[in-house]
Design a protein around this ligand. Sequence first.
Ligand code: GLC
Length: 745
Amino acid sequence: MSNAVAATIQPSAVEKRVADLLGRMTLAEKLGQMNQVSAEGPGAVEALRKAVCEGRIGSVINQVDPSFVNELQRIAVEDSRLGIPLLIGRDVIHGFRTVMPIPLGQAATWNPDVVHAGARVAALEAAAAGVNWTFAPMLDISRDPRWGRIAESLGEDPFLTSRLGTAMVAGFQGADLSVPGCIAACVKHFAGYGASESGRDYATTNIPENELRNVYLPPFRAALDAGAATVMASFSDLNGVPATANRFLMRDILREEWGFGGFVVSDWDSIRQLAVHGLTASDRDSAFEAVLAGVDMDMAGGVYAAQLSALIEDGRVPMEVIDAAVASILRVKFRLGLFDRSYAELQRYPSPSEDDKRRVAHEAARQGIVLLKNDRGLLPLSPEKTRSIAVIGPLADDPYEQLGTWIFDGDPALSVTGLQGIRDLVGNEIEVHHVRALETSRSRSTKSFDGAVQAARASDVVLLFLGEESILSGEAHSRADIGLPGAQAELVRRVHEADKPVVAIIMAGRPLVLTEVIDDLDAVLFAWHPGTMGGTALADLLFGVESPSGKLPVTFPRAVGQIPIYYNQKHGGKPPSPDTAILIDDIPVRAPQTSIGNTSCHLDAGYRPLFPFGHGLSYTTFGYSNLRLSSPQLRSGEALAVSVEITNTGRIAADEVAQLYVRDLVGNVTRPVRELKGFQRVRLAPGEKTTVTFRLDSGDLAFYGRDNTLMTEPGDFQLWVGGSSEAELRAAFRLVRAGTGGTSP
Ligand code: GLC
């Protein structure tokens, strides 16, 4: 049920209280609610006290000192004329003090329960500091790993992002937003930000409406229908109109079509930036464009506070627009219980123990780490066979860097590094030689490489910790070359000379191009930035306490030139295939113009990624068999049961994430070659078999057609079930209109 439906169907007490309060507010007090002010900078504290007392501020951002937050709330509630409490906003993106894996790493768990638990811990820690509003989850579909903010995303797929984004909202907001320890979520950045040209942050996005509706909008719709309280407009220019002034996005879609009843906040100073974009010529015009487009609150820009009253006085902005904006803000404050519980009460609740919080972070890290490669079953290691290991690399023992991007309040002192995790687990049985080898992930000095090679030579196995420092991903941190930074590739080559088995543990905020080094690595664990408990999780996986079970939420390119490359691409009219995709070194000299390929691929990279969406190995193997459908036909309005047997055909108990993909063979618009429509995590003992059943509703096959209306279209479909987007076990079914004999689509 959408927000608005929930709010309008029951003209609840909240609506009456909103209307009553609104009716008593002066224009200045209304505009104050639309003004969020940063609590940073010289003189901010004194200025805040005065402005809050005068009702000129509705929200404060970046203040997490509980005593100061409570002082501001006391002033707002007891000293201001109407006693309207403040929203205290903070980027609690993947943890507050206890840091979870970056959202992309949480997405690799493919586990809504893990994502929910992480957001719950984050909300409880943040609420204790007085925070009642987080600017998360980020739901931008991200198909370009050059973009630094892919780290904050839940990956390239709308279905996975929708499921996990909704779980994160539920973790932040709880079942009842007014319960202490629950904080308002903010789904961002609305919309299409992930399509920034060339992966350069804040760059232009050009997204046809059909693609916007079929790919970029569904996660926002899902999270809002699940009750997300607020939305943040994106910085980006969408088809010539920046999202912050885009009425199509925020009036037509968000309010009219979806019935959203919460409020929209700008991104940081993004209202003023409308003039920088060149959409407007002044702050006044920017305020005009943004408020009419549907931005209800100005984040840290001061433009609404300075310009709106003049726009109202000269009649350019109707009072109804202001009243609607203020009502939506008050509605969220009422939903949060800010008027019914004192701010101090909202910070008092049974908080999980430190051990419980670390357990959540540990499980999230462990389930999100992806085993990309494991030649000759090198992993897991065992103290019986491995007497000594060399732990090498700049990210092996760095409590801060493993936390990842967007960490404002994370405490590195809580971190368990990879080196520490290994020592904790097997330090008494295995000799550990530690060589940092590089000061940072960007260092180019090879002067310590000899020491690294010696340590490798003196050990049975090398654990090479590689990747990116946290600053190399996140906002405004895009990279044009997404290989290993600095001299790390050289370090791999040098260590390889020691002729010992090499396990790479890679920490990064994005997929990296590993093509240059992958052949010199016998096994690869991709750990993203794994957060506080990353080291403990890594040790568990390295030494077989648990088997890796993570699956890629995003495609790993073979070369940066392949980008954008993603699994749910369109088929095209001349699709590549293994025998038509001729690689550059195979082209005969003086081959005639039309003699090779003539299909869609790159001569020097082919058409396949290095690792596909959904990929992730285990220490065991899983067999998929007996794929069965409840019927060869699916009638509109009904559902199909898709079941498959999964067997643990190996010797180790482990989790597997079974994935269901569907293809619509013929559509009113061209349809992707595969689309994720279901996933389930199962645990199987060696030799154990289970039957997994997916429910496929005809509505799951709906898409936006040529006229950009949602439709389901009878016709033939294929489906696959397996352990990655390259699953081979397949079946076919036909979608037929309800009531037909089913003979024709
Ligand atoms: C930013 C980001 C946004 C964040 C906001 C507040 O620039 O784009 O995601 O929530 O500022 O820090």
